[in-house]
Write a new protein. Structure first.
Length: 162
């Protein structure tokens, strides 16, 4: 079974009896991340990561990379403990294996300029090339390229047989 993006999950009448979903969600709308300095964060997100970012209030900005899903960036105090570990990261798909390597070189070269805390090595697997970096807010980002199984089906195969 291949699911289409934004395909509603049908609510099952017998959900209350455990035979189906209790909530019929239609799309992931957003996630959240913390930031310490909203202006510096916005500059990093737009100028280094190439994302769209708009500030709608003193303590909130919205980050978008196209599609229907976005990130709400919440301004936190310097005293707030960073809660995001490397296993909980935001992943940015780039256009090629070479683009991953170029992004890695830029991250290493401009680490001080952007106050990047860590840049991991590039890792190559059978169908994926990636590296992780941790920005000055402590947020982990994965920059990756994944070889599609078929044209236009980057992740459709994950839900095959679901």
């Amino acid at each position: 079974m291949t699911m289409q993006r934004n395909e509603p999950v049908a609510a099952n009448e017998s959900a209350s009896r455990g035979a189906g979903p209790l909530i019929a969600g239609t799309v992931f709308s957003h996630g959240t991340m913390e930031c310490r300095d909203p202006f510096k964060t916005q500059k990093f997100l737009t100028e280094f990561l190439g994302l769209h970012s708009v500030r709608k209030s003193k303590n909130t900005q919205y980050v978008w990379c196209g599609g229907s899903w976005f990130i709400v960036c919440l301004n936190m105090s310097e005293k707030t403990r960073i809660r995001q570990g490397e296993d909980y990261r935001f992943a940015l798909l780039v256009g090629s294996e070479q683009a991953v390597k170029q992004a890695h070189a830029a991250a290493v070269e401009q680490k001080e300029k952007w106050d990047i805390l860590e840049v991991r090595d590039v890792v190559s697997a059978e169908d994926k090339v990636h590296f992780n970096l941790r920005d000055f807010n402590g947020v982990w980002w994965e920059i990756y390229w994944r070889r599609p199984r078929a044209a236009g089906q980057l992740y459709d195969d994950i839900f095959d047989g679901a």
